[in-house]
Design a protein around this ligand. Structure first.
Ligand code: PKZ
Length: 262
């Protein structure tokens, strides 16, 4: 039994560190998962510093991609979504890439489930866990957002609509909710650029309040990438860019896959 557990550990580590087809993951994991020793999986994963995978490892084949339009989106949110989406890369049937340079990042309420090799892990690693920003079921009540990255300029923009459950001062968005969306956008951008990362530092200046229910833009751009350190700057502006609401810098440190699963 112990031998089989160790064997499983090695299999999962290999799956997490390579890009394999989802079908293969499912077959291997379905057949072997009763013998998984999660502690040995964790300790083995801790040693994997870099993961070879596509820049964004998530396909749009999950049950619900939360970054797609829903009826709660205001017309301004929809308009900005369509604006960036119209500049997104599309692949023709012949494999030719047209338009660009933007890419919309799919977003799920449990990223681990859709990461390569993560489907089985997500069932027994805190199975009830959900992404903080995607755990409010009522559409429009919490964080409604979609993230686009620009491959050429290495910038990122998020269209964000702040729902009524994010109130801080009356009628205004809570500072913690603003920090959350900035951390999420810069964290997603850093992960896109550098693979698995953790936020080491997020320094925020709140310049003008954000009215609850409004649609704003969260911009992220690269300050510096130096070894394990990815430094990004971030601004939240009104949807027409004329008003600065919040600005921040974020330092993200590349970590092993095991750190992310602890
Ligand atoms: C492919 C990917 C898929 C991803 C799919 C994601 C999909 C879904 C997206 C959702 C996006 C949500 C994004 C939320 C992101 C969080 O909220 S992360 C949670 C909050 N953050 C934490 O809990 C982190 C807690 N801290 C730690 O774990 C550790 O301190 C860290 C950050 C990992 C660093 O520890 P360490 O690995 O031991 O590194 P360490 O050797 O101490 O430092 C390395 C270097 O960084 C510097 N450093 C470290 N900390 C600091 C600091 N605070 N200030 C300045 N410098 C620092 C050190 O000085 C050192 O510099 P050098 O000497 O090399 O020049």
């Amino acid at each position: 039994m112990l031998g089989r557990g160790l064997q499983m550990t090695r299999v999962i580590c290999r799956l997490m560190s390579r890009k394999l087809s989802a079908g293969l993951h499912r077959n291997i994991l379905k057949n072997m998962h009763p013998s998984i020793d999660i502690w040995s999986v964790r300790s083995s994963l801790k040693n994997i510093r870099s993961v070879t995978m596509a820049p964004w490892p998530f396909s749009s084949s999950g049950p619900r991609d939360y970054s797609l339009p829903n009826p709660s989106w205001r017309s301004e949110m929809q308009r900005l979504y369509e604006h960036y989406n119209s500049m997104c890369e599309v692949e023709t049937e012949g494999g030719e890439k047209l338009k660009g340079p933007w890419i919309r990042l799919a977003s799920y309420n449990r990223a681990l489930k859709y990461a390569p090799g993560g489907q089985c892990l997500s069932k027994f690693l805190q199975a009830k866990a959900r992404l903080f920003t995607r755990n409010i079921e009522e559409q429009g009540a919490g964080f409604e957002y979609v993230v686009f990255v620009n491959k050429q300029e290495k910038t990122c923009v998020c269209v964000f609509q702040a729902g009524h459950l994010l109130e801080g001062p009356p009628g205004l968005v809570h500072g913690g909710a603003i920090a959350t969306i900035m951390d999420s956008v810069t964290g997603t951008h850093a992960a896109y650029l550098s693979g698995p990362v953790m936020t080491a530092n997020l320094t925020i200046n709140y310049r003008s309040p954000i009215p609850l229910g409004s649609v704003v833009l969260v911009h992220s751009s690269v300050g510096e990438i130096d070894g394990r350190k990815t430094l990004l700057s971030c601004q939240v502006t009104s949807s027409d860019g004329s008003k600065l609401h919040t600005e921040a810098t974020g330092l993200f440190i590349s970590v092993s896959v095991g750190n992310l699963l602890m």
